[in-house]
Design a protein around this ligand. Structure first.
Ligand code: ATP
Ligand code: MG
Length: 253
């Protein structure tokens, strides 16, 4: 199926490769990946452990630079920005949910979420209000003043998601955002992500769960750093078959 997009992609990867190490220790984490994610689109990324999913997200979010190829966010080539400008794009345009949450231990949930907004010049009061609204959306309003160490993994994960959604993030990148969540909470998080995309954001999420990928418009599969397949999510049954085949070929998670 071909979809015609009238708008420019929010995220555009052009022949992106990432090589770690040198010589015999060389690892091709990503090989010549071409990918566009448009406004309104939620793309699921699947593939076995080590296939390059997290690498794909870190490059898309400007947290790492490709060895070759270009990454464009809203038409801007990330590799051509100064460090300062890149930091501003990461803070303003991109929301990132890390595989291991990355919350700041010395800050409460609300402070963690409000931080990127305050860094952007929003008043502390307004930023806290936004943070509380984001916590509420994810069903954890009661955790606002709790520190990360006093929360369960699933609670920390939802705080990390709230932090990625605050402000006007046009691109949301989430690395296994439902990994530590029970199925009901996982569905809540996906519904929130889906709503963001329906409101015009673009999102890319790594998942091992075909059930969660079913929320996406499109599923891309990685194997050994290569984008091997793309499934338009028009037929949930074919998606489930594709995902099952994919994990049977070597996925261990
Ligand atoms: N900093 C690094 N230095 C060397 N090799 C790395 C580095 N980061 C990733 N790699 C390698 O690149 C490959 C892709 O790693 P990546 O973390 O993207 O996989 P993944 O698909 O996210 O796996 P998982 O499902 O386990 O999270 C792996 O072989 C990994 O060992
Ligand atoms: Mg990973």
């Amino acid at each position: 199926m071909t979809t015609t997009h009238t708008q420019d992609p929010v995220l555009h990867l052009e022949q992106v490769s990432r090589v770690h190490g040198q010589g015999a220790a060389e690892v091709h984490a990503l090989r010549e990946v071409d990918l566009r994610v448009h406004p309104g689109e939620l793309v699921a990324v699947m593939g076995p452990s080590g296939s390059g999913k997290s690498t794909l997200l870190t490059l898309a979010g400007g947290l790492d630079a490709p060895s070759s190829g270009r990454v464009l966010v809203e038409g801007t080539v990330l590799g051509e920005l100064s460090r300062k400008k890149l930091a501003a794009v990461r803070r303003r345009s991109v929301g990132y949910v890390f595989q291991d949450y990355n919350l700041i231990p010395a800050l409460t949930a609300a402070e963690n979420i409000a931080l990127p907004r305050e860094l952007d010049g929003v008043s502390a009061r307004a930023a806290r209000r936004e943070a509380l609204a984001a916590l509420d959306e994810l069903g954890i309003a009661d955790l606002a003043d709790r520190f990360p160490d006093d929360m369960s993994g699933g609670q920390q994960q939802r705080v990390a998601i709230a932090r990625a959604l605050i402000g006007e993030r046009r691109l949301v990148l989430a690395d296994e955002p439902t990994g530590a969540l029970d199925s009901t909470t996982g569905e809540t998080v996906l519904a929130v992500l889906r709503a963001r995309c329906d409101a015009g954001a673009a999102a890319m999420m790594v998942t091992h769960e075909p059930r969660h990928a079913a929320w996406a418009d499109r599923v891309v599969f990685l194997r050994d750093g290569r984008l091997v397949d793309e499934t338009a999510n028009t037929d949930a049954a074919s998606l489930l078959v594709a995902a099952a085949t994919n994990s049977a070929k070597g996925g261990e998670k």
